[in-house]
Write a protein that binds this ligand. Sequence first.
Ligand SMILES: Cc1ncc(COP(=O)(O)O)c(C=O)c1O
Length: 370
Amino acid sequence: MEETYPVSGGPAKGNDIPPVSYLKWYIPRLKEMREHNLSFSGLQFPWELGSFDDVWKDHRGPGVEDRAMVSEMYGIPVENIHLTHGATQALGIAIASASRGGKVAVEMPSYGPQSQTARILGLETVTVRRIPTRKEWIIDREKWSEVLSEVDLLMICPQLNPVGWTYTEEDREWLVGFCKENDVRIISDEVYSGADRNWKPFFAEGDNCISISSLTKVHGLGQIRYGWMIASEEIIANAENTFHNMAGIMATPVIRVAERIKDRLHEPVDLIEYYREKNLPLLEQALERLGIEWTPPPYGVFGAFRIPGVDTMQMIDTIGKEHGLLAVPGCMFDSGLDEWLRVGWSIDPDSFSKAVKVLESVIITAMDIT
Ligand SMILES: Cc1ncc(COP(=O)(O)O)c(C=O)c1O
């Protein structure tokens, strides 16, 4: 069977471009509109934004600064920001503008574009992995030092998808220090980090660090494709050139819709905390009854656990489908995660409680527990 997880390797063009198997698998299943949906990695926020007159009409004019919203969010000058259509596009723009042509280390498990885009841009990638523990997944410093010594760029996603845990403080400090000493630039995909009110973005660690994010996950607005990257002025100048070449200019409707929510950015973060308080205990109790060990990550709306002896992709595509359940198998993110399942809790408590009951009975059947 073809791999379902992102793959590293040399530059890839045409037929060699690796698929994002996660999206190929997920989008058709999402369209089935299964009744019990625990697959979301982002918040389902009930935005009601009303209608927009002439939403397509050019928003540009004297004194209009597209980057003002992100500048206020982070308290940084606009010169350190470049807007993009979603974080996915920002990944490519950031790689092109920060690379100096060397190999790229990519952290696994990962969302495909985070670890594969460098290959499409003509660069070779090598893998580094975080190792599972009962809480934070940790850096194997010996292996990472070996790999980081032969690259000039590193792609990371601090709130690791699919498990939702970030680095231990010691690992983060070690990583930043090692990369500075060895002249490695870091591109940090922080689409999930806004759920942590105390999050310190990687760009604040130094000029070799770039942060990427978007309104997709924490703010539940993936539909409008509003993303950004934050970096030194030098790298942002490269990003502008890259963006002009590869994307042109930002779409006006995207900016107009974002403008309408700019004073409400705190509401989704509050809702995430409410969902955690209401929903998480139900999931923890169900997993405890099943004898599955799990500690939820301290922030965000998803986590992942191992169901011993169960191929979770098969489980979701057979018994799961029969029961109208959707959750994401770990095999979409890395090899060796076939028994892992990612579950999200970003839906209303009533729907969540019904879905968790169904999840429990699906797992019981899959584990053949009587
Ligand atoms: C780590 C990561 N980055 C980015 C994205 C997508 O972000 P956007 O919709 O802003 O392109 C995802 C989506 O699953 C993701 O997991």
